[in-house]
Design a protein around this ligand. Structure first.
Ligand SMILES: Cc1cc2nc3c(=O)[nH]c(=O)nc-3n(C[C@H](O)[C@H](O)[C@H](O)COP(=O)(O)OP(=O)(O)OC[C@H]3O[C@@H](n4cnc5c(N)ncnc54)[C@H](O)[C@@H]3O)c2cc1C
Ligand code: SF4
Length: 343
């Protein structure tokens, strides 16, 4: 591991000032991703500013929804009474990720900024445009079993690994950030993460030095009936091959509003907008769920080794919508090994 400077920020302005002034400085949350990447020599920040003691850990109800602090841990967020009651989808998604120990350390902002699990990205002897722009993409014609089927470019076919973010995409969350000189902006979740295009080295649209202060969840009529389905290779901790966050509002079994977001299929959480449009106004039946999923997956562009994801994602969408209709949130989560953590 390379030497680096470390400081413990006592106030946000100081933290933002230090990181903004040094192009190779980074904020440090729980360190569960960043420190691993530093040990592997994949990321080489010269300076870390620990932000976990800053006062951004509150989860509070507002007139138009709920605000989740950026430095709150994944555990405290998933177990928070307000989140469990009003946004159970988010709670399910967080609990489907990582292990209890990691969730105890991981912060919400750190979770959104975690980097891809593409094995070429982690192996510094291999070409990787995300790690070293211009070096090529080892996965494009390599072992790409876990890679993207939507939105990829010749420069990068990686997927984005967070479970929490898939639920936030379905819930139309908004990321609040603060930059140098007290500048503030709100980033709709759909615009937070990026597709790789020609610049896969950029995972998201945060500017250097911008600090996430909170994630806002607007009030909505659809998250009562919601479900997070995660398909992974083992029931202990593992990243999603495919995951689905589904939420809907029905009236007389007709779908008024529906949200579907997919994980494990693209460089960012993938809103299944074709399926959403297809379903709006239709009856909430298994046949319609399957037809909507098939319509979405028609646009998939699988790689050599990940063709299985097309059928998997299609079935997962239909199953997640069924789960949402049953409204079985915590009950079905306990009974469903694909959404719980066994370790
Ligand atoms: C074995 C293992 C299994 C895992 N399995 C899963 C899984 O199944 N699903 C899943 O979703 N995740 C999984 N994870 C990932 C885990 O959820 C992330 O590592 C964690 O959420 C990152 O949070 P952190 O606070 O530790 O971030 P850190 O590692 O501290 O930071 C990550 C990034 O966020 C930036 N950052 C931190 N705070 C801020 C801020 N306030 N503003 C701007 N930038 C900030 C940092 O600079 C850094 O670039 C797993 C991790 C491990 C080690
Ligand atoms: S898929 Fe992206 S992260 Fe993986 S090797 Fe290619 S450029 Fe790197």
């Amino acid at each position: 591991m390379r030497p680096f400077k470390y400081s413990d920020a006592s106030d946000p302005a100081t933290a933002i000032g230090i990181v903004s002034a040094n192009p190779t400085a980074k904020y440090l949350g729980g360190g569960t991703n960043l420190v691993d990447l530093m040990k592997e020599d994949v990321m080489r920040p010269s300076e870390l500013v620990d932000v976990t003691q800053l006062k951004y850990a509150k989860i509070e109800e507002k007139a138009d929804g709920v605000s989740i602090g950026a430095t709150a841990t994944n555990t405290s967020t998933a177990n928070d009474d307000i989140i469990r009651e009003k946004y159970p989808l988010l709670s399910m998604a967080i609990l489907a990720g990582a292990s209890a120990q990691i969730r105890n350390m991981a912060t919400n902002a750190g979770n959104l900024n975690q980097r891809t699990r593409c094995t070429y990205f982690y192996d510094v002897s291999m070409p990787c445009n995300k790690r070293e722009p211009g070096s090529g993409c080892g996965a494009l014609h390599g072992v790409n079993k876990n890679h993207a089927i939507f939105g990829w470019s010749e420069k990068c076919v990686a997927t984005y690994p967070s479970d929490m973010a898939v639920a936030l995409a379905a819930l139309d969350a908004v990321v609040q950030v603060e930059g140098p000189n007290n500048t503030k902006r709100s980033i709709p979740f759909a615009d937070f993460h990026r597709l790789p295009g020609d610049h896969p080295e950029k995972d998201n649209n945060l500017k250097h030095g911008e600090f996430i202060t909170s994630i806002d969840l607007p009030a909505n009529p659809f998250s009562e009936k919601s479900y997070y389905l995660k398909i992974r290779e083992r029931s202990s901790y593992a990243f999603a091959l495919v995951s689905v966050a589904a939420a809907l509002q029905t009236e007389d079994n007709r779908i008024k509003e529906v949200r579907i977001a997919l994980g494990g299929v693209a460089h960012k959480p993938w809103r299944a907008s074709v399926a959403e449009k297809w379903l709006t106004g239709k009856e909430a039946t298994e046949a319609n769920f399957k037809a909507a999923a098939a319509a979405e997956l028609k646009n998939a562009k699988p790689l050599q080794y990940n063709k299985y994801k097309v059928e998997l994602a299609s079935k997962a969408i239909a199953r997640a919508l069924e789960g949402a209709m049953q409204g079985g949130i915590y009950g079905s989560m306990e009974a469903d090994s694909t959404t719980t953590n066994k370790n």
